[in-house]
Each structure stands twice: as C-alpha cells, then as structure tokens.
Design a protein around this ligand. Structure first.
Ligand code: SF4
Length: 503
C-alpha cells in the first residue's frame, strides 16, 4: 500500500523548485544537510520580525507554541468561532496542510491571510507561498477573501522604541495569489505522486538548483561535474545549460566555434593552456595608478531587519570592524591597524574617529570591490556630517583591486570564473581562507552579532570566553582580508615577469 503523503507549505515550495528535492524532503530528510550558522541567523530574523508583526493585532491569539499538528488543527477550528486574529492558524485535509502567519477576520464569514516576511520586496516565491496557504484554507472550507504580505519598510527610521506600525509596509497580493492558484490541484497531485515513488526522480541539474534558493542537495547532485565545469562560465547560466544539454561538461571541451564572450573565451583559453592569462598592458596601467604609501583597507558590516540603533533603518549596513595594513612601498614591512567594536552600543562614531587616525592624508587606499567601501563611507558621512569633507577627500584615493580580476586582466582557471578575493587569493598566491574559523563576510557579521548578544542561540548569550574566542577569530579574518590583498597585489606585479598572456 502506498504511504499517505501530505504536502505542506515547505514541501510544496521545495516541489516547485525541484521534484527530486521534494522526494528527499519526504523520504530521506536526514540526508539533506541542515542550515549553517548564517542561514539559521536569517531564519531568526524572520521570527523576530514576526513577533513585531503580532503587536499590530493586540486581540490576536497565538498558536505558535502548539507543536503537535493534530492539536494545531483542533485549536484553530475552535478559534475560528471567536472571529479574532489567529497567529499560526493551521488547517489541513487528507493531502495538504498549511499554517498562516496571521489569519484575520474579514467581512461576514470571510478571512484574510497575512504573510510576514523579513524582506523589503515582493518576490515570486512569496506569492506561491501564500497561494498554497489560500488553496489549503479553501480546501478545508475556510472562506478566504484577500491576501497580504507584510514586508519590512526600509524607509522607516528608528526613533526611540520600535514602532511596529511604521516598521512594516503591507502589500495586497490578492490578484497575484489568485493567478498562482491556477492548476494548483494538479500540481499538488503531481507532487504527491513524485514524492510517493520508491526512488528519487531523475532530474538534470540546472537553473533550478539556485532558484529561488540554493538547494541544500547541490553538493551531492553536482558532485559528478569535472573540476572546471561549464557552470563556472562567467555571466548568466544560459550557455552553461545549453552546453550541458549537448553533453559538454568541461570548459576545456567547448568547441572553438561556440559563441562565447571575451571573458568566457579567456576561461576556455586558460582551461586548455593550464596557465594563467595576463593582460600586461592593463595590469601595468593599474599598478602605475598606485601612490605610496599604500593603505590596504577593508570594512565588515552587519545589517538586521529590525534596526538596533537610533537614526538607523532596517537592513542598513552598520560597520563594526575594519583592518588596515599600511606600507611605504609594496615590498616594505606592513604596519597593521584594526578596530573591532565592543558591541554594547552604536559603533559608528568610534569607528569613524579611529579610521580618520589610521587612513593618513595621502597615498592610495586599496580596497577590494570599491562600491562597498565607498558606499559605507558615504553612509557614515551622512550620519556624521562633520566628517563629510574628510570622506569626500578619501574618494579619489580609493583604488579597486577587484578591477584587474573583474575585467579578467588576470585570470587563472582555479578562480572558476569568480573574481572574489576568496577565489583570487589562492589562485595567485599559496594562501587561502580554507582553515579559518570565519571565512566570509556574512559569517563575520553573524558571529559579531552572536558575540555581542544580538543573535542568541536559544535564549542564551555566549559565555565571555566564547565571545572572546569569536572576537579573536573576527580580528584574524578581517586582517586576512587586507593582508591577503598585499599578497594579491604582489602576485599581480610578479605575474608580469612570470606569467603567460598578452603583452
Ligand atoms: S541540486 Fe538541483 S537537481 Fe538536485 S535536488 Fe536540488 S534542485 Fe534538484
């Protein structure tokens, strides 16, 4: 006898992305890797935003703590009689089950569904999410009138206590939801069938593996690809999908006549020659732009949905750390400065005061991806207008070390189509971020929030020794970013003598 399969909202959304993902979710959940530390932080943001949304419905009744599915259904059925807002209202039939963030009484016997998201924009997957809820509620005999998204309003500025009425922007998505309902019954049936099969369906890898989210099974499904595969081609994935469908898996195998843009042609050339390619003229011009002393500079920032500090907005970037290596010349001994906020107050004023001491009056300020550092500096100048002219004076000094790599003036196949500092560093030097406790910017921001008690695991703040350990890892990480840039710049210069490529 076939086992009974219920399609829940998370299963439905997984099934829309890929039937194979749905199959694992239903039949072999233990084989799906769990969310990492940074992803769990993003989930926690959603929970925090949801709590603020509930404050807008003071007569609401919360079923969020009821864990047993049967009990959720019973309690919801009881509460529907009361005609009051219900948080986490649950309904189900013999094949679908769903909960609504907020079920609000509308006219007569009708109800509205309100979905709360810690995001500032309507996304296609949110429409599908709410459409599935509406479908389930209708199937369960509950009359739904309108559907709304409550999104975070990024124009809100914190003044005093958080004001939930201003923190959110509500958006009527009823028409889009009704459109997405078309064919839902058939889709649900197809999903039940796919999930009920004894083996996972054969699904070719493709665009769906990263759309709308990176599938947690990606490492497993993509394992068979060769090291330098066609999905590493720079740019959108159309060509990779076309090549893959023709059985061409590695960049090296792409035929000469195939339509590639200049950067992609460089990738094929490097894959075949097994050597880096250097555009000597452009790299020389880049190096000649540099003025000594050299300041290698990097910020770390965090952003949270519910602003922490006075005068800040949702998701505003708050710089909390920087690292600077100063060198009289590229071969001189670097002098290091850093700043890491204490975490008990808005770090920005103290940070900009220190930064002014450390960035000197002249010499190139070398950053990796200037839009980020310039953007954060301008936001600091807006918050602290007394520093505006100083910040303006920094702009012409900023040189973007990303450029020679982003423009493929230097390219090595081991970068796999990426010009990020994490890809370039091991390609041009023998250094890498591989063994570091904190190895990317998102993790740095989440660990910082954790160390200073703004992101709690359960209800607990980290013990002081644990917080201190995190702080040391943060300092090591940010120092690696600027120290790594020194090695990248030296590697770029040295490649003019040693590498292959254009003259
Ligand atoms: S990695 Fe791609 S093919 Fe594999 S289950 Fe996920 S979406 Fe489907």
């Amino acid at each position: 006898m076939m086992k009974k399969i219920i399609i829940s909202k998370s299963r439905y959304l997984a099934g829309l992305q890929c039937p194979k993902y749905l199959w694992y979710l239903v039949n072999a959940r233990e084989e799906i890797p769990g969310p990492d530390f940074s992803t769990r932080f993003i989930f926690s943001q959603g929970i925090q935003v949801g709590e603020y949304a509930k404050k807008l419905f003071p007569d609401g009744i919360d079923l969020g703590k009821v864990e047993d599915m049967g009990m959720q259904l019973v309690k919801t059925a009881e509460l529907l009689e009361k005609r009051r807002p219900i948080f986490e209202a649950a309904v189900g039939t013999n094949c679908v089950y769903s909960r609504a963030d907020i079920l609000r009484p509308s006219v007569r016997d009708q109800w509205d569904i309100i979905e709360v998201k810690s995001s500032t924009q309507v996304k296609a997957e949110y429409i599908q999410d709410v459409a599935f809820q509406k479908y389930t509620f209708l199937q369960a005999g509950i009359n739904i009138k309108d559907c709304y998204l409550m999104l975070v309003n990024n124009r809100y500025t914190k003044r005093g206590e958080i004001e939930p009425a201003k923190l959110f922007a509500t958006c009527d998505i009823s028409a889009e939801v009704d459109e997405a309902l078309t064919g839902m019954g058939n889709r649900v049936e197809d999903m039940i069938e796919a999930a009920g099969s004894p083996e996972p369906p054969e699904i070719a890898i493709g665009r769906q593996c990263d759309d709308p989210y990176t599938c947690p099974l990606k490492d497993r499904c993509w394992e068979f690809l060769p090291e330098n595969h066609v999905f590493n081609l720079y740019g959108n994935k159309d060509k990779a999908i076309d090549l893959y469908s023709r059985g061409i898996l590695s960049i090296e195998e792409i035929p000469e006549g195939y339509d590639l843009n200049l950067k992609q042609q460089i990738q094929r050339e490097c894959a075949k020659s097994k050597k880096p390619r250097i555009n000597r003229g452009e790299v020389t011009a880049f190096l000649e732009k540099l003025n000594e002393p050299l300041y290698f500079f990097d910020f770390e920032t965090f952003s949270v949905a519910v602003p922490l500090y006075e005068g800040t907005k949702p998701f505003q970037r708050i710089p909390f750390q920087y690292s600077i290596h100063v060198m009289e010349s590229l071969d001189a001994e670097p002098v290091h400065h850093d700043f890491l906020a204490t975490g008990d107050r808005d770090p920005r004023r103290e940070l900009i005061e220190n930064l002014k001491e450390h960035l000197g009056d002249s010499g190139s300020i070398i950053v990796y991806y200037e839009f980020f550092e310039k953007g954060v500096l301008k936001e600091l100048a807006e918050a602290f207008p007394g520093y505006r002219s100083w910040v303006d004076s920094l702009m012409p000094r900023i040189v973007d070390l990303y450029r020679p790599f982003g423009d493929f003036y230097y390219y090595n196949s081991s970068q796999k189509g990426s010009a990020s500092v994490k890809s370039v560093l091991p390609a041009i030097t023998d250094l890498s971020y591989r063994d570091m406790d904190i190895a990317d910017g998102l993790s740095a921001s989440v660990y910082y929030l954790y160390a200073c008690g703004h992101y709690k695991i359960g209800e607990a703040c980290p013990a002081p020794e644990e917080a201190e350990k995190v702080r040391k890892s943060l300092i090591r990480y940010c120092r690696m970013d600027t120290g790594g840039m020194i090695h990248i710049l030296r590697g770029l210069r040295d490649s003019l003598d040693t590498g292959a490529g254009l003259s």
